[in-house]
Design a protein around this ligand. Sequence first.
Ligand code: NAG
Length: 245
Amino acid sequence: MPILMATGNRTEISEFIPMSFSSLPTEIQSLLFLTFLTIYLVTLMGKSLVILVTLADLMLHSPMYSFLRNLSFLEIGFNLVIVAKMLGTLLAQDTTISFLGCATQMYFFFFFGVAECFLLATMAYNHYVAICSPLHYPVIMNQRTRAKLATASWFPGFPVATVQTTWLFSFPFCGTNKVNHFLCDSLPVLKLVCAYTALFEIYAIIRTILVVMIPCLLILCSYTLIAAAILKIPLAKGKHKAFST
Ligand SMILES: *[C@@H]1O[C@H](CO)[C@@H](O)[C@H](O)[C@H]1NC(C)=O
């Protein structure tokens, strides 16, 4: 049962109920649990394998593999935040998520999501340098540049997640305590706020545009330049080699 505390004439919520699976028959729930668990474990094993292989094999200590390792790391985190809670919900039959749990989930959901977007842009830039200036590639993508690029990819996740979580959870919550989603995402939680949220909504739209647009533009730029460079290669054999790279 959710704990409701009456403060003045307003009811505050200290627990959320994300969209539950409890209305489904037990067999379906078990099936869902096994399906999610299988998908989760396979993903986890695949990503862990990428990390282990790229760490173990000295030949693979190339820039692309270090970024790939970063990506696997972020994806493990992202999956953990979403799927682990879902599995817990199915297993324990307890669909509530505490205020703190909800905020924590949202924080890491945003952190890993944003970092992944920017890391994909970094990987596209890495491809661009590798293909368009192959001779300078080892010099340009040296250890220090790689570390800087990786940091720059991870960094935007911190301010975005922090502003999102602290701002949204500083609003008063009242009325229903049902989050109509299996995860504490921005919009489902925002629906439970009983305050003037227009400013936050404008911020959320601008943030989403920036976080999606900037990496997308960088990726598009990289691959356009790559395509342009490849089309300039005269020999069919060379073209084929470049495309496969
Ligand atoms: C991410 O990439 C950087 C730069 O190559 C590397 O130093 C770091 O170890 C990587 N992090 C992980 C978790 O793989």
